[in-house]
Design a protein around this ligand. Structure first.
Ligand code: MRU
Length: 395
């Protein structure tokens, strides 16, 4: 079975397009797909983190609007004039963009989709249907492109690790040696249209028979590592070990140069290479530098925000205190067993009344990032600075 966070069916002769997402709130205990029928449902699913991960958020939002527009076409409810279809789509995109603030992929998708429909509405002989069709086709293309981009990221990352890390070079010289990787949060099939970014690099290393073991951190407080990444690694039968976030330092000390790299994803990479990613990423980068372990960010170009000069300009989402003060506790079954599943209750783990700070992301300074793995190659610093202009087409 291929893991899929997003299930999208294009329109057929009989039915409009449809969208279902894997509900990540109940993973790993239950595999349930829920329908996303319109922008309100997409907005809520993204806010509640039924779907999360920068690329997946952007794709679900874009496709939810494709579903909405497709339904309007089927029922004859599109506005009559092409300009009105364009305005209505723009308005819905602006609404979707407010769902979560830190990941740039959604903003990037919104910007690109707005250009597509602007051009479509300006075409000679444009109609309401032609603008709607142009929107749907562009949103559908994002789903397809994301998977191929992730596979390219995986290949480039695996090759870079083989050529530029101590463990990788040893492996190249002696084919019996292999490398270990530490990753944080979830960047796999669940966070993207498929394959994943940092987890895509791990998948590619595994496919090339280079990987001894993947380590994934628990990623408190939302536990994307223990719930989602561990689920993907077990699903793919990749040798993997879960650690709590506080064990990373001891792991680096124990593994020595067998640990080739820490590979993480990103929610927004600023123009200078400062990288916003799941809370805890920055600590890993500091630890990696201390231990001489390479620190790599794996992200498609849609995550690189050239309009944001540095990490200081990135808005960091703060989430509910309850994510920190409560966990899902086990429930006791009729025969006395302890079970952690969808029937489990939330259990408090903190003193009632304590103040909580719960930033969902942190910013790793570019200084600590050894390379940004994109779908067109790995960008490294030149004279201590990242310059991403070479990987973007000149307009
Ligand atoms: O809060 P989340 O789960 O949406 O945070 C996800 C991350 O931080 C990922 O590392 C990032 O979005 C990249 S996913 C390919």
């Amino acid at each position: 079975m291929v893991l899929q966070a997003i299930q999208y069916e294009p329109a057929s002769a009989d039915s409009p397009p449809s969208l279902h997402i894997l509900d990540q709130l109940v993973l790993p205990h239950r595999t349930t797909y829920v329908p996303v029928r319109n922008c309100e449902e997409a907005h809520a699913a993204i806010r509640q983190m039924k779907v999360r991960g920068a690329p997946a958020i952007a794709i679900v939002a874009s496709l939810a609007l494709a579903v909405e527009v497709g339904a309007q076409m089927k029922t004859g409810n599109l506005p009559a004039a092409p300009e009105d279809v364009k305005d209505s789509i723009n308005q819905r995109l602006d609404f979707l963009k407010t769902s979560r603030p830190t990941a740039v992929n959604l903003g990037d998708a919104v910007g690109k989709l707005k250009i597509v429909i602007k051009k479509a509405a300006l075409q000679p002989g444009a109609s309401a249907e032609s603008v709607a069709r142009a929107y749907i086709a562009a949103a559908e293309r994002m789903l397809v492109d994301d998977v191929s981009d992730n596979r390219a990221i995986g290949e480039y990352g695996a090759r870079w690790i083989e050529e530029n890390t101590t463990a990788g070079r040893k492996r190249k010289a002696d084919r019996t040696r292999e490398v270990a990787i530490l990753t944080h949060c979830n960047t796999g099939s669940l966070a993207t249209a498929g394959y994943g970014t940092a987890l895509g690099v791990i998948r590619s290393l595994r496919a090339a028979d280079m990987l001894t073991r993947a380590y994934c951190s628990e990623t408190r407080p939302y536990n994307q590592g223990s719930r989602l990444t561990a689920y993907e690694l077990v699903h793919d039968e990749i040798p993997a070990t879960l650690i709590t976030d506080s064990m990373a330092c001891a792991l680096m000390e124990r593994e020595g140069d067998h640990l080739a790299a820490v590979v993480v994803g990103a929610d927004r990479v600023a123009a200078n290479g400062d990288t916003a990613n799941k809370i805890g990423t920055y600590s890993l980068a500091v630890l990696a530098r201390h231990h001489g372990v390479k620190f790599l960010v794996a992200a498609p170009r849609t995550t690189i925000d050239r309009d944001t000069a540095s990490g200081k300009d990135i808005v960091i989402e703060e989430r509910a205190p309850e994510e920190v003060t409560r966990i899902k506790g086990p429930r006791v079954t009729a025969d006395g067993k302890l079970l952690l599943d969808e029937g489990s209750e939330m259990v408090s783990t903190a003193a009632v009344g304590i103040d909580v700070w719960n930033p969902a992301f942190d910013v790793t300074p570019a200084e600590l990032v050894d390379g940004v793995i994109t779908e067109v190659g790995v960008v490294e610093k030149v004279d201590g600075k990242f310059n991403f202009s070479a990987i973007f087409p000149q307009l």
